[in-house]
Design a protein around this ligand. Structure first.
Ligand SMILES: [Zn+2]
Length: 277
């Protein structure tokens, strides 16, 4: 009987500890600047307490580390405080959200999206207003291509070809606010949604036909061009709903930022998010 009780306790313990976990601030969401600030505070306070009584200092240090590990921070409100008082350039370095923050800065050898899209006759000056519009023929081809990608379930095979990766090892992960491609746990790419990925893959099919040097461009360069092209998308690749753009504030682990977001009115798929500077 006693043995049973002990077994029960040992299985319940992680759940009990788990209740203190704040998933929005730990693991992948951990805010590095907050953690550094909190560990520093914990060390300073613990050291001060050891002057009063060594065991108290040690106990406080252990408690602090457990709190930071499980909850992401020790001092209530630090995620908000760092967001408010830390300079944005510093937070941006630690920010794990890739929205508005390309994995790598454009290189000098990179082609400008607008140049490539104009040369490939994908965009042109609009007939009635002074702006850029999608070429009608490309629009139809892109639309048909999106339908084919969806019908064939070609997401993995297309993407693995673009990335030069093994299709079998490629894994997709869908979050509330992101669609990720991983191999062996490493993130290879991130999109705003599955719909955004489908739009990119279909556009890549069309561009490799229309733009001779497409395959010579780096994957980062290609991805900048493809997300630039998503601005012109009027209907949702997944449900054909109308896409509307509006300004929004988005919270990531470390920062809050102003973005222009294009979203499908029908299925809520996020098509594009561009940070405003
Ligand atoms: Zn939709």
């Amino acid at each position: 009987m006693k043995q049973n009780n002990r077994n029960e306790m040992s299985t319940e313990l992680p759940g009990y500890v788990d209740r203190f976990r704040q998933t929005e601030y730990v693991g992948e969401n951990r805010c590095t600047p907050c953690t550094i600030v909190n560990v520093t505070i914990a060390v300073v306070v613990s050291t001060a307490l050891t002057f009063a009584a060594i065991p108290v200092g040690i106990a406080f240090f252990v408690f602090s580390m457990a709190a930071i590990y499980l909850r992401g921070y020790l001092v209530p409100g630090t995620p908000t405080l760092t967001k408010t008082y830390f300079p944005d350039w510093l937070l941006r370095i630690f920010d794990k959200s890739e929205i508005g923050a390309p994995t790598e800065a454009p290189k000098a050898s990179d082609r400008e999206p607008e140049e490539v899209l104009t040369e490939a006759s994908v965009i042109e000056t609009c007939e009635e207003i002074d702006d850029l519009c999608l070429d009608n023929e490309f629009q139809t081809a892109w639309q048909e291509s999106m339908e084919r990608v969806l019908e064939d379930g070609a997401e993995k095979s297309d993407l693995s070809r673009i990335l030069g990766a093994d299709e079998e090892e490629l894994e997709f992960e869908e979050h509330e606010s992101a669609f990720l491609a991983r191999i062996d746990g490493h993130r290879l790419g991130q999109w705003e949604s599955h719909a955004a990925l489908v739009a990119d893959l279909a556009a890549a099919r069309e561009l490799s036909d229309r733009y001779g040097d497409w395959d010579e461009l780096s994957v980062d360069n290609q991805s900048r061009i493809l997300s630039g092209l998503r601005i012109f998308l009027e209907t949702c690749p997944e449900c054909s709903g109308t896409i509307t753009a509006e300004q929004e504030t988005v919270e990531s682990c470390c920062r809050s930022m102003e973005v222009v977001a294009a979203t499908c009115e029908d299925c809520d798929a996020r098509i594009l998010e561009v940070e405003q500077n």
